[in-house]
Design a protein around this ligand. Structure first.
Ligand SMILES: Cc1ncc(COP(=O)(O)O)c(C=O)c1O
Length: 404
């Protein structure tokens, strides 16, 4: 039987989740698994109350408009949320500025707006350290720029973008600023008002410590997102069209209440442990990892010379070994889970020059990793690197023999 799996794929989804989250989801589903806000009996009202209180709690957590918590809307995940925000904000002939750091959950909806709906888009590159420079965003703005959308924390190289400065540029030009916080919500404190964020997109299953299948948007009061889907809302059923008021404007059908419950319990856990303190602990481990990997001959690290403004997500490659093969060896021989390949962010790899060599190996440290896990990861990469060097030497000797 395999020994314990050492999990370094927290950027894909944080796992495991706190025990208290599992427990609360189970209890809530058993005791309140009815449709919220659709019926007038006590249990449905209680379920609806958790929905409303979670909207309020997350609005506060993100520094949104606390007097308008209905503008915190729930969907399936951040991809779903961005698919409401992007087409709901941009139309034909309008221009979007975004970056090479984006996940496909931004790249593809933006590209569809361009190809299918006559919008225009500019993808701004990041600098050699992995940061998008606010000035580069400023230069990309055109008279018809309607939306700027930026990935707060890269899921590939872990750099955290200067969103406050980018947001200030958006304010100056009256452009709506959307931020994808998939990697940062629950990791670094976010305040939409202070950071000039107009629309924040989040996903529940990462550092918010919730389940898969829940995510959403927090929309500031001065922003209007066009409603593009329609269906049941549980209220004003006689209306032949979808409701314009929030949250219904951007919500459709029965909500994922177990997911909402998971976010509620996730907030309890984050309150208890402290967002900043968990991040400090993760970064301490990431530093040990980077220092250890750096010493291994043949390892190449990307954009982590300085870990300030960085997440605990580290990208590496090993000379002459396919990243996918490194991942398989880490898993099969060492029980270490990483994510290899392009990480749904092909433009990052294209700019780094790693697209042609099939991406990289990503270690993402989470709240439940230990120093022991990190030591095991360094030792495992060391062993694979040694094997790769020996294989390379054998190949060269063989080649020398036939070309002598
Ligand atoms: C930066 C970023 N954006 C978007 C996503 C998509 O998240 P989800 O699959 O929860 O929609 C991810 C997931 O890895 C991500 O890292």
């Amino acid at each position: 039987m395999k020994e314990r799996l050492i999990y370094f794929d927290n950027a894909a989804t944080v796992w495991p989740k706190p025990e208290s989250v599992y427990k609360y989801m189970d209890e809530f589903f058993r005791s309140h698994g009815v449709n919220p806000g659709r019926s007038g009996y006590d249990l449905a009202i209680e379920a609806g109350s958790l929905l409303d209180r979670t909207r309020q709690r997350l609005t506060k957590f993100f520094g949104g408009d606390e007097d308008a918590p209905s503008r915190l809307i729930f969907g399936y995940n951040v991809t779903d949320a961005l698919n409401l925000a992007i087409p709901g904000l941009v139309g034909q002939g309008e221009h979007i500025v975004t970056t090479n750091l984006e996940h496909n959950s931004v790249i593809r909806p933006v590209n569809h707006m361009v190809r299918d709906h006559g919008a225009e888009a500019t993808f701004v590159p990041f600098n050699a350290q992995g940061f998008v420079e606010p000035d580069a965003i400023r230069k990309a703005i055109r008279p018809n720029t309607r939306l700027i959308i930026v990935n707060h924390g890269s899921n590939v190289i872990g750099t955290v973008q200067p969103v406050k400065e980018i947001g200030a540029i958006c304010r100056e030009h009256g452009i709506t600023f959307v931020v994808d916080t998939a990697q940062t919500a629950g990791v670094i404190p976010i305040n939409m008002k202070e950071m000039n964020i107009d629309v924040l997109a989040f996903t529940g299953h990462k550092a918010l410590m919730g389940s898969m299948g829940i995510g959403g948007l927090c929309v500031r009061k001065h922003v209007e997102i066009r409603q593009i889907r329609s269906g049941g809302t549980g209220v004003r059923s006689a209306n032949p069209y979808h409701l314009e008021e929030y949250p219904w404007r951007l919500e459709y059908g029965t909500p994922n209440m177990i997911g909402v419950a998971s976010l509620w319990a996730g907030q309890d856990w984050l309150d208890e442990h402290g967002v900043e303190s968990v991040h400090r602990q993760e970064m301490a481990l990431a530093k040990i990892l980077v220092e250890g990997l750096r010493k291994i001959e043949g390892v190449r690290l990307y954009c982590c010379d300085n870990l300030d403004n960085h997440l605990s997500t580290i990208l590496m490659n090993l000379n002459s070994v396919e990243p996918g093969d490194v991942g398989v060896m880490l898993d099969v021989d060492h029980s270490i889970a990483t994510r290899t390949g392009l990480h749904c962010a092909p433009l990052v790899h294209r700019q780094l020059g790693t697209e042609e060599t099939h991406g990289g190996v990503r270690f993402s440290v989470g709240a439940f990793n230990t120093e022991e896990d990190v030591s095991a990861a360094i030792a495992a990469v060391e062993e694979i690197a040694k094997w790769a060097r020996e294989r390379q030497a054998t190949k060269q000797n063989r080649f020398a023999l036939v070309t002598r």
